[in-house]
Design a protein around this ligand. Structure first.
Ligand code: GP9
Length: 413
């Protein structure tokens, strides 16, 4: 009975995603490059320090792209691997551990596999680190990538941080991708802006003023470097003739693990509430650049990483009605999607719930999104129940390999 209820839940979610409006299939056949950027948070997009822009290239990209300014990471303990799983597989990461290390052999409806099977794409993953980290080699095989380019495939001509600097990483990755057959799906994971963010002096080009020598200042420097690398990647895409036939998507994987509120207040120049801090630590930016520069603008509706795969597939004209995905279609016209975080926090654009550490619903905080003020906890009860239900369904589907079972039952009634 529980399994039947789950199937019905996915069928209803698939139906509501399956909106055949003007954007459905509008970019069919284009290449797709998705860049998952290490610890890139939303709060410094558009910000300056000492008159210098922290992310000038992303700010410029914003002018011709869809910029989702209310976009949430939905990761748990599996950090970077969780962001990858949520964004490509549209299910919630697990309450403990990483799906990639615990259940890489289970079946999931993931973007590379779907694009290959249903639209003839070629799919490649790029990350200049050991292929065994987060069990990627095994996970990427089961996700259907044709090839995973890992540390051993790169020239270490820009040693920086954990491995290769992002500038050389992008240059080499794009070079390898450009040789592959089109249309392609290229998934690139950056690394230079990894905790603890210390870069050599010669790479530091942002004057962080009084943040100099602090981890927060080092973080700003690291983000500024990644932004430069993204600027170079865009130039190279133009030079390689890929700008006009490729959807470029850039998002942050998770927060920076620097939770000191005073740093954010000093940087932003205002005092911050519990709600502000919750948003700062959970929002990552999402940019989608479309080949014809259409649909550009700032999108303020709440969305999250689980929504990425169904939304990109919508643009490419691949229906996700029958897929075991949990995310929303960001192009379905609904301004009030429910976005659930792994902690049980959620927002639906109207209310925003922050759970208490003791896990008791009543001890959490419920805020009005419009006023930013606390409201009666009962305003968040129904949303919280649905959030818990989704997390539970997702956990069971992943843990018991239910997608495989559901599909077998479909083909063998
Ligand atoms: C290394 C990198 C680590 O391959 O993905 O990221 P983390 O999960 O530690 O943020």
């Amino acid at each position: 009975q529980e399994k039947e209820e789950m199937k019905q839940w996915f069928a209803a979610a698939g139906q509501s995603r399956d909106v055949r409006n003007a954007t459905f299939g509008a970019y069919k056949g284009n290449n797709v490059i998705v860049i998952q950027t290490e610890a890139l948070m939303n709060f410094m997009i558009g910000q300056q320090i000492g008159g210098q822009e922290v992310t000038p290239n992303l700010n410029k990209l914003q002018q011709t792209s869809l910029y989702f300014s209310n976009y949430y990471h939905q990761t748990g303990q599996g950090r970077t691997s969780d962001a990858d799983f949520a964004s490509n597989g549209s299910l919630h990461p697990l309450p403990s551990g990483s799906v990639a290390t615990r259940f890489a052999d289970h079946k999931f409806d993931v973007m590379p596999q779907i694009l290959k099977e249903e639209d003839g794409y070629h799919a490649f993953a790029f990350h200049a680190y050991d292929s065994s980290f987060w069990n990627r080699l095994t996970m990427y095989n089961s996700m259907g990538y044709d090839r995973f380019f890992s540390k051993k495939d790169y020239q270490m001509d820009e040693p920086l941080g954990w491995s290769l600097g992002d500038k050389s990483f992008f240059k080499q990755s794009l070079g390898m991708l450009a040789e592959e057959q089109q249309p392609f799906y290229g998934f690139m994971i950056t690394l230079t802006s990894h905790h603890p963010y210390t870069l050599p002096e010669k790479v530091q080009t942002l004057d962080v003023g009084t943040f100099k020598g602090t981890i927060f200042g080092d973080y700003l420097e690291a983000v500024h470097y990644v932004d430069e690398a993204i600027g170079e990647l865009i130039d190279q895409m133009k030079a390689e003739g890929l700008w006009d036939n490729t959807i470029l998507c850039i998002y942050g994987d998770h927060d920076n693990s620097v939770p000191d509120q005073a740093d954010y207040e000093k940087f932003l120049g205002r005092s911050l509430s519990e709600l502000d801090m919750h948003k700062i630590m959970n929002q990552v930016p999402l940019f989608i650049h479309l080949p014809d520069d259409k649909l550009a603008g700032t999108y303020t509706e709440a969305e999250g990483q689980l929504d990425l795969a169904p939304s990109l597939l919508h643009l490419l004209g691949v229906s996700t009605a029958d897929k075991y995905m949990m995310g929303n279609n960001m192009f379905d016209g609904n301004p009030n999607h429910l976005v659930v975080l792994r902690t049980g926090a959620f927002t639906d654009g109207r209310v925003h719930y922050i759970p208490s550490p003791d896990g008791l619903f009543e001890n959490g905080s419920c805020y009005s999104e419009e006023s930013g003020e606390k409201v009666n906890i009962e305003s968040c009860r129904a949303g919280s129940q649905e959030a818990q239900k989704r997390l539970q369904i997702s956990d069971e589907v992943i843990t018991y390999d239910l997608i495989r079972q559901f599909e077998q039952e479909k083909s063998t009634p």
